[in-house]
Design a protein around this ligand. Structure first.
Ligand SMILES: Cc1cc2nc3c(=O)[nH]c(=O)nc-3n(C[C@H](O)[C@H](O)[C@H](O)COP(=O)(O)OP(=O)(O)OC[C@H]3O[C@@H](n4cnc5c(N)ncnc54)[C@H](O)[C@@H]3O)c2cc1C
Length: 377
């Protein structure tokens, strides 16, 4: 039986381990669940379905998306007849994944940082605190800043924003089933969000190229103003890196990488769960093929390429979006669109399609408050 090492017990490492049918050792520098707790945990219906046992950790559901772009004076309200996104309790779900990994018979070694990785003929060597150990293949799922992936030239070119958020009490008319996003490259140098929870609480945060605390106070000011909310912080601030970029490649010889280590993220939101949940299974097939020196199946390669294409498109969209905002005149526009079956994974496309219907808008022209623009016919 082949032996595979997985570096990192975040969602990428744990899902990789769950999909591997060989002898697996998962190495985690800290403890599982810690990084997950820093994440907002908003996922699409499809992503939720792909994440094992995730449904029981879904704590809130959403059928509306309110996007505001203050630079353009643009407000876009998308609503769906069906639930299109969920808020996942990421910390608890990661702990459940860790239990599943151990139930499968894999070893999970906490507080065991891997200090180096060296590809060797017919295998891979990892530097453990106790010395070098040899494996047939390895998965790098160390998250960002991707020190090991970088040492193998696998690290992607990314823009790493600092994402910081806090639990807040909300005063004002907040729809508990709507996600609120303020996309503001000029004012915030990034974007801000309000993710409603139950009982008048919400997660409010921002991701920007500036320092964390400054980002949070700017995000709160922006969201209060744009969405007319009274926001009162009720928890410690928490967060991590929110990435914009795409993978340069995912594999090198017998080393395969997944997650923030190689920026398998959707660039407009920095969301990583879509791609991690879609890639873990076909990538595990690649790892097993590498470990046993056989060719991976064409089906797995095609599946991986499909996801990579989506990530590249998401990156291109986010770049286009920023450029468009920098050069566009103020639209002074309030647009409401009902999207029949809005998919959170495709919300960037839905936004662009809604905007594409506005070609006839003249500079300074104001639209009526309520127009229904079907995005999908
Ligand atoms: C504020 C914020 C909000 C977010 N919101 C969303 C969202 O709503 N939806 C969404 O889809 N995504 C979201 N994301 C992104 C998402 O959290 C990440 O894409 C995802 O957590 C990446 O998982 P990962 O397993 O690749 O990395 P991580 O979660 O970073 O896990 C990596 C693990 O590897 C361990 N490790 C690192 N180096 C070593 C080493 N040398 N040896 C052993 N172990 C090591 C770390 O301790 C860590 O446990 C958000 C991120 C942030 C910061």
């Amino acid at each position: 039986m082949c032996r595979v090492a997985v570096v990192g017990a975040g969602v990428a490492g744990l899902l990789s381990a769950l999909n591997l049918n060989c002898e697996v050792e998962v190495f985690e520098a800290a403890k599982p669940g810690l990084r997950g707790r820093r994440c907002t945990g908003v996922v699409s219906r499809a992503t939720l379905a792909r994440l094992p046992r995730a449904r029981r950790f879904a704590v809130q559901r959403y059928s509306g998306l309110e996007v505001s772009v203050p630079e353009l004076d643009l407000r876009l309200s998308l609503s769906s007849r069906t639930t299109f996104a969920y808020k996942l309790d990421r910390g608890a779900h990661e702990l459940e994944l860790a239990r599943m990994v151990e139930d499968k018979g894999h070893r999970l070694l906490q507080r065991t940082p891997i200090r180096a990785v060296k590809p060797k003929a017919g295998g891979v060597e990892l530097l453990l605190p106790t010395g070098w150990r040899r494996y047939d293949a390895a998965v790098l799922a160390e998250g960002y800043p991707a020190t090991l992936a970088r040492s193998l030239n696998l690290a992607p070119t990314v823009e790493a924003r600092v994402g910081i958020q806090a639990l807040v009490r909300i005063g004002g008319a907040l729809d508990p089933e709507t996600l609120y996003v303020a996309y503001s490259p000029r004012f915030l140098r990034g974007f801000a969000w309000v993710v409603p929870l139950d009982g008048g609480r919400a997660l409010v945060g921002g991701a920007a190229l500036s320092r964390g605390l400054e980002t949070l106070s700017r995000a709160i000011r922006l969201c209060s103003k744009l969405f007319k909310l009274k926001i009162e912080i009720s928890s410690e601030k928490f967060g991590g890196y929110v990435l914009r970029g795409y993978p340069r490649s995912l594999a090198k010889g017998r080393v395969v990488a997944l997650g923030d280590a190689v920026a398998t993220v959707k660039s407009l939101s920095g969301g990583g769960l879509y791609a991690v949940s879609a890639l873990a299974r076909p990538l595990a097939e690649l790892v097993e093929a590498a470990a046993t020196a056989r060719e991976p199946g064409a089906g797995s390669l095609a599946e991986i390429e499909k996801v990579l294409k989506t990530l590249r498109r998401s990156y291109a969209l986010s770049e286009t979006f920023d450029r468009a905002i920098a050069s566009a005149p103020k639209l002074g526009l309030k647009l409401e669109a009902e999207v029949r079956d809005l998919e959170y994974d495709d919300h960037a496309v839905a936004i662009l399609q809604a905007l594409a219907g506005l070609k006839s808008v003249k500079r300074g022209e104001r639209f009526p408050e309520h127009i229904n623009t079907p995005v999908y016919a």
